[in-house]
Design a binder for this molecule. Structure first.
Ligand code: ZN
Length: 296
């Protein structure tokens, strides 16, 4: 699933490609992806003629602020990713025009296309079809419960070590009894961290994924905080990971894979100590760690 680095990479890519462009039409063969408004014809009617004024990210959401006070929100969920290019229908499915990275097999699951006034298209490829597309009044989106509940953005300057400790340990909804990996992945505590980067952060901080956050000492908290910033920034710098379905808006792969130390490396040697990486379940999700470097 795309996490903060992948969503940020998408947003940065889209900014260079589709800002100030106008939607002229929308096509979909899986209208259920559009959750709001529930009626696809209504969605189409509203989106037509709207210009993209701003593209930004909050947690794992991509938001296009449009003309006339509208916002288009997309959560890519498991396998969704945006692509910009031109396609044509061939034997019932969309094929990219011309050769290039858009022909990557992971880019062929096109279920929504936004047609732009300049002739190009903004397409959502989504193999599992779990993505969420919603149209909001911008003011209502910013004031929505879903947005208000979200935790701080870990790459922002305002996410200081004090702020980190406060959200991790100090809130009235204290996650004191929860395991660190689960806490890291809770978007209402810290926004944007999912399964891949949680395992990578914990490996680098040498903390066991099941360690109770209340039992982390000051040194461990500092290491955890520093590695959240470090790993996510590195992910953004490298354009995200692409051993899953994720691709950048031009269809190419991100380069984080070379930095992957723990995630889906079970049975392989830890790059620090040579012990085999283990996989366990924490709150129904896989966690990958080195049993020697990350002791409980
Ligand atoms: Zn190790």
């Amino acid at each position: 699933m795309p996490e903060l680095p992948e969503v940020e990479t998408t947003v940065r890519g889209l900014k260079t490609k589709v800002l100030e462009r106008t939607f002229v039409d929308v096509w979909s063969d899986w209208e259920k992806l559009v959750k709001k408004p529930g009626n696809f014809e209504e969605f189409k009617r509203i989106i037509k003629g709207k210009k993209i004024k701003k593209i930004w990210r909050r947690a794992k959401n991509i938001i296009f602020d449009l003309s006339r006070g509208c916002s288009l929100l997309v959560h890519q969920k498991m396998t969704g990713h945006f692509l910009v290019g031109t396609w044509k229908i061939e034997a019932g499915s969309w094929k990219p025009i011309g050769k290039g990275p858009l022909s990557d097999p992971y880019n062929r699951f096109i279920h929504i296309i936004f047609f732009l006034a300049d002739g190009r298209m903004l397409a959502l490829s989504d193999a599992r079809k779990f993505a969420k597309v919603e149209l909001w009044k911008t003011s209502e989106l910013l004031n929505s419960q879903e947005f208000k509940k979200l935790g701080p953005e870990p790459l922002e300057k305002s996410f200081t070590f004090e702020k980190f400790k406060e959200v991790l340990l100090g809130s009235p909804l204290s996650p004191r009894l929860r395991r660190v990996k689960q806490v890291l992945m809770d978007p209402n505590i810290i926004a944007g961290i999912g399964n891949i980067y949680a395992s990578e952060i914990l490996w680098r901080a040498k903390i066991h994924p099941e360690k109770n956050v209340a039992k982390l000492d000051e040194k461990e908290l500092k290491l955890l905080y520093q590695n959240i910033k470090k790993v996510l920034s590195l992910g953004v710098k490298l354009g995200g990971e692409s051993f899953s379905d994720y691709r950048k808006p031009d269809g190419t792969k991100g380069d984080f894979d070379t930095e992957r130390k723990a995630y889906k490396r079970e049975g392989q040697k830890c790059q620090r100590c040579g012990t085999k990486i283990k996989r366990i379940k924490v709150a129904q999700r896989s966690a990958f760690f080195c049993p020697h470097c990350q002791k409980l």
